[in-house]
Structure formats: C-alpha cells, structure tokens
Design a protein around this ligand. Structure first.
Ligand SMILES: Nc1ncnc2c1ncn2[C@@H]1O[C@H](COP(=O)(O)OP(=O)(O)OP(=O)(O)O)[C@@H](O)[C@H]1O
Ligand SMILES: [Mg+2]
Length: 254
C-alpha cells in the first residue's frame, strides 16, 4: 500500500521584501486509491504546497517532511520525484516551444520507466488516450501547450497522467476554465487513471462541480498555509454555500 505523507510542513519564499512564510505546518496523509480535495481561499498556499511536493526550486522548506512510501521526497531532485511516482498537473501549464507533444510524451515515459516504451503498443496507447480525451490527433505534432486553449492544456495534463501512470497525482485547478463537456471528459480521464492504477489524488479546486464527477474521500480546507478543517464530501457543499468567512480572522474580512 503506497502512501504520500506530508508532516508539519513549513515553507517560505524569497521576495524583494524579504522572506515570506507561506506554509505554516501542513499535515496530510494520502493513501493509494484515496481522493483528497483541497479547497481554500486565493493565496492560502495551495499551489505552493503542490509545487513544494513536486520540487519547484523557488520554495524553501524550513521544516517538516514529505515522504512517499517512507522515501524522503524533499531530498530528491525533481526527476527522481517523478520516477518515485509523483505527478503534478500545474495550475498554469507551461509552453515548450520546439518540442512536439509526441516526443515530449515518449521522452517523459522513457525517463520515468527507465526504458523506452515498446513502439507499437505505445503508439496505440497514446492514440487511444487522446481519443478518450477527445483530443484531435493533430495535437501530436504540435508543440507542447503552444497556442493551446486553456481547456486543451488541461486535457494535455490528463493525457500525461493517463500515460505516465504515477502513484500519486496532484491536480492544481485542473477544472478551472473547462466547459461543461470538457469537465466531464477530463473527470472521466482522472477516474479511468484511478481505476487502472489505483493512484492517490490530491485535487486542488475552487468548485464543487468537479467533485460531482470525482467523488472525494476527504475534503481539506486550506487557510493561511495550513489545513484548518477536514471532512467528507459534504464539507465541499458547505464551503460552496457559506464561503470561508468562518475560517478567516475578522480583520481580513471587508
Ligand atoms: N515568489 C513569490 N513571491 C511573493 N509571494 C509569493 C510568491 N509565491 C507565492 N507567493 C504568495 O504566497 C501566497 C500563496 O500563493 P499560492 O499560489 O500558493 O496560493 P493558492 O492557494 O494556490 O491561490 P489560488 O487559489 O489563487 O491559486 C500568495 O499570497 C502569493 O502571493
Ligand atoms: Mg493556486
């Protein structure tokens, strides 16, 4: 049984105004096969948590730990984290000019598995996955994310998720900017990945609509760089109705 454990994580970032503390003691345990939704106000540190786990160099870990099956993820370079089974779908996927989708996917798969995927089955798998995500075959030859619409970028993230088969995936607002059909298609992709590989999911979102397709086992409310409350799927509905007022200090309310 695989487990991703975040324990008392404190993270800061260097800014022109000095060191800024962003995460203030995050505790989170995600077991294989579990879906954890993270909701919380803008600027509460959700993306910072995602980037820190994935290994973005900008974020400085002051204290605490992140382990995957007991292995210290924070001690690993980014590529080793991916090989250990971690996947991040970014809130704002980056363009990679000059790198075609098909090359990108094969290179990533080879790097993660440590061997080239067998060409015939791989091509079939890519074609099939793209079809399932309603991505036109012409995307294979386009440069990664270059000129992709917002929704197309998100589908490309889920395409990677399905093909790379990580143990744990962090999806940072993968639902934002998707039209109703795309939301369903992307959610189905995530559910397929979960069924096929039993992956654990950290789903960062502002909206309950994706949670109607991807049912969370747990919902965590993120406020001021830590988990302020935890509950089941019903907590998401409560947040949508009530907002975050009861978690915020009176001074920060308008
Ligand atoms: N490089 C940086 N310099 C200054 N402040 C930063 C930097 N990176 C992050 N922050 C600040 O850290 C806080 C947390 O940002 P983060 O992106 O993690 O929030 P979030 O919860 O993902 O918000 P959203 O819901 O809007 O995506 C914000 O106040 C942000 O301005
Ligand atoms: Mg964010």
């Amino acid at each position: 049984m695989s487990v991703l454990e975040v324990i008392d994580l404190h993270v800061s970032v260097e800014t022109e105004q000095g060191t800024k503390q962003i995460l203030n003691g995050v505790d989170l345990i995600v077991n294989e096969g579990e879906i954890h939704a993270i909701m919380g106000p803008n600027g509460s540190g959700k993306s910072t948590l995602a980037y820190t786990i994935a290994g973005h160099p900008k974020y400085h870990v002051e204290s605490g730990s992140v382990t995957l099956d007991g292995q210290d993820l924070l001690a690993m370079p980014v590529d080793a984290r991916a090989r250990a089974g971690l996947f991040l779908a970014m809130q704002y996927p980056v363009e990679i000019p000059g790198v075609a989708v098909t090359n990108f996917l094969r290179t990533a798969k080879t790097a993660i598995d440590g061997a080239q995927p067998p060409i015939r089955t791989w091509t079939k798998e890519v074609t099939e996955a793209m079809k399932n995500l309603r991505m036109d075959a012409s995307f294979k030859d386009r440069n990664v994310n270059e000129g992709f619409s917002g929704g197309e970028k998100k589908r490309h993230e889920i395409l990677q998720l399905e093909l790379l088969k990580p143990k744990f995936a962090i999806l940072d607002e993968t639902d934002s900017g998707l039209d109703v059909d795309a939301l369903k298609i992307v959610s189905e992709g995530v559910n397929r990945a979960k069924e096929n590989t039993g992956l654990g999911l950290l789903l960062i979102t502002h909206y309950t609509r994706i949670l109607r397709y991807i049912t969370p086992d747990y919902v965590h409310v993120f406020v001021d760089g830590r988990v302020a409350e935890e509950g089941g799927a019903e907590l998401a509905d409560r947040l949508e109705n009530e907002g975050y007022d009861r978690f915020l200090a009176p001074a920060s309310l308008g």
